[in-house]
Design a protein. Structure first.
Ligand code: GLN
Length: 194
């Protein structure tokens, strides 16, 4: 039976539980390293990346998550994506380096720092339309060649994938469908290549 862990140190973890459970899969809230033992994948939610970075260290979860990510899939959303980057361009965040992207926090500026927009997600060879909810969202400044873009807004990448990991700058748990969570479950359930 597949179990999805949701990092629950801080932030918007509850709605991810609802999305995953709607897809018929169990969740486990992850607050301590041992919580990862029974998990097949991990979601790092939105919230405050500086606080989550600190709590990853205080809880002892940082090395446990890094170890987990060597074999299993991680999905980072908004602040979670900042934590998954290789470069967070902010000294207050020590990122996990799971996806080769450089990001900038709160990068849409003050007046328009929250918005929703229609998005085309390319998923397993086809494309679906959803609404992206961007809340004080980060922007991806650059990425390595190994990073695949799954969605863009005005030509800018907003959802990316590298090997078994994926991340988005928006909040998929706030849309009216579960496409992103379903895509993540497909990744988890695929056999890991090398
Ligand atoms: N602005 C937050 C940060 O930089 C992210 C916002 C969010 O997750 N909705 O950590």
């Amino acid at each position: 039976m597949t179990v999805v862990g949701i990092l629950s140190l801080q932030g918007a973890f509850e709605k991810h539980r609802i999305a995953i459970e709607q897809l018929g899969i169990s969740v486990c809230y992850v607050r301590y390293p041992a919580d990862l033992d029974g998990c097949d994948g991990l979601i790092i939610p939105g919230g405050e990346s500086t606080t989550m970075s600190k709590l990853l260290d205080e809880s002892g979860l940082r090395p446990a998550v890094l170890d987990f990510a060597k074999k299993k899939s991680v999905l980072g959303t908004c602040a979670g994506m900042i934590l998954m980057a290789t470069d967070a361009t902010d000294k207050k965040v020590i990122p996990l380096g799971l996806i080769n992207i450089k990001v900038s926090r709160n990068a849409y500026g003050r007046q328009i720092d929250s918005f929703t927009t229609s998005l085309e997600l390319s998923m397993n060879g086809s494309s679906v339309t959803t609404r992206g909810v961007f809340i004080r969202a980060p922007r991806i400044l650059s990425m390595g060649r190994e990073v695949e873009v799954l969605a863009r807004v005005k030509d800018e990448p907003v959802m990316v994938k590298q090997e078994r990991h994926m991340a988005c700058t928006f909040h998929p748990e706030l849309s009216s469908n579960n496409y992103v969570h379903q895509y993540f479950l497909d990744l988890i359930q695929k056999p890991v290549l090398a």
